[in-house]
Design a protein around this ligand. Structure first.
Ligand code: SF4
Ligand code: SF4
Length: 341
């Protein structure tokens, strides 16, 4: 309750020196082998050189000096395209950082799964958009990606595993009919849960895109082929998710976020009735050390040049917290952005 009050004060005055971010993300690469219809990263690659493992270790330590034993989610791109990712994860674990990861599973072989276990990663979410190969492969743009995701899940989800293994699914027109089967699949395969992301602006991944109009109404969903045509069907699907969650199935989304998803699919602009708290909660570091509060806005500075607390409390962050209040985008529905408090 006290934390919530402090967050709202920080939101109101655009200053957050008396609180610290709780959603820390390392996006260690923008490279990816998939061609997801929901993502623009793969179509807009950069030639910038990614940080090496020693730079990531420096970042891990500078954040620890500021935050203590924090939690971080390592994401991409596809993180297992980096040969040194195990070194980065192991180093963070040795500093008592709680580390989770997101992967498509595309590059997880038996040997990779052994190295993941040995790294002592705390948990991994594999992205799976359907129970059938046709649905999953269509949404991910690469044939055979479903088979590889299932193989990764079975290689990682051993009885003797030392981490959680979950699924993440993007809810959209092309998979809404398979969602309940995915929930059942999670239980039948003794997975630790499933989380749902609502489809959002498929062009919103910075640093490559510059077509964002934060202060104008963003209508990316109009005529978007991935947006559900049968809205009532989508609402029934989400009601189904809620029912399974009530029955005790492990569904990562809160009831509150699922109810908001229903409003969002009926009219995305409904989200503008909620506060976007990313300026108070989030701290994301990209493959080049650029640090963001909002994943779609400009960097507030490079974490290798300034201490994280200086970035968090700096002039750019203060200005950006004002911009975030005026933002007319609806991606505050996403799990890592949603204001669940
Ligand atoms: S959503 Fe993830 S897996 Fe798909 S193309 Fe984008 S970065 Fe790659
Ligand atoms: S809604 Fe929030 S997360 Fe999305 S672009 Fe706006 S400020 Fe960023």
């Amino acid at each position: 309750m006290f934390d919530k009050t402090l967050s709202h004060i920080a939101y109101r005055i655009n200053r957050a020196s008396f609180i610290k971010p709780s959603v820390i993300t390392f996006d260690v690469t923008d490279r990816c082998s998939l061609r997801c219809r929901t993502c623009s990263k793969w179509s807009s690659q950069t030639v910038r050189k990614e940080l090496d493992a020693s730079a990531w270790k420096e970042i891990i330590c500078s954040l620890k000096r500021w935050l203590g034993n924090y939690r971080v989610c390592i994401s991409g791109g596809e993180i297992f395209l980096r040969e040194d990712i195990f070194d980065i994860i192991s180093f963070a674990r040795k500093q008592n950082i709680y580390v989770t990861a997101v992967s498509s599973g595309y590059h997880i072989t038996s040997a990779t799964a052994d190295r993941i276990r040995a790294s002592e990663l705390n948990g991994i979410s594999i992205t799976l958009n359907g129970v059938t190969p046709s649905t999953h492969d269509f949404t991910r743009g690469v044939e055979g990606s479903h088979a590889r995701a299932l193989s990764a899940i079975s290689l990682l989800n051993k009885a003797e595993k030392n981490m959680f293994v979950c699924i993440i699914t993007v809810l959209m027109r092309y998979n809404q009919h398979e969602v309940i089967d995915l929930i059942k699949f999670t239980r039948e395969n003794h997975l630790d849960g499933i989380g749902f992301q609502a489809l959002h602006d498929t062009t919103s991944f910075s640093p490559f895109d510059s077509n964002h109009h934060f202060h104008e109404e963003n209508t990316w969903y109009v005529n978007n082929p991935l947006w559900p045509q049968d809205i009532h069907g989508m609402l029934s699907t989400i009601d189904g998710i809620i029912e399974y969650k009530k029955k005790g199935y492990r569904i990562g989304n809160s009831f509150k976020s699922l109810q908001w998803m229903k409003r969002y699919f009926q009219n995305p602009k409904e989200m503008l009735k909620t506060k976007c708290m990313v300026g108070i909660n989030n701290f994301s570091i990209d493959p080049y050390g650029e640090t963001r509060l909002c994943f779609s806005m400009d960097s507030v500075g490079n974490i290798l040049r300034r201490k994280p607390e200086q970035l968090w409390n700096g002039r750019k962050a203060i200005q950006q917290r004002k911009d975030i209040k005026d933002c007319k985008n609806t991606c505050r529905i996403l799990m890592c952005n949603f204001n669940d408090k």
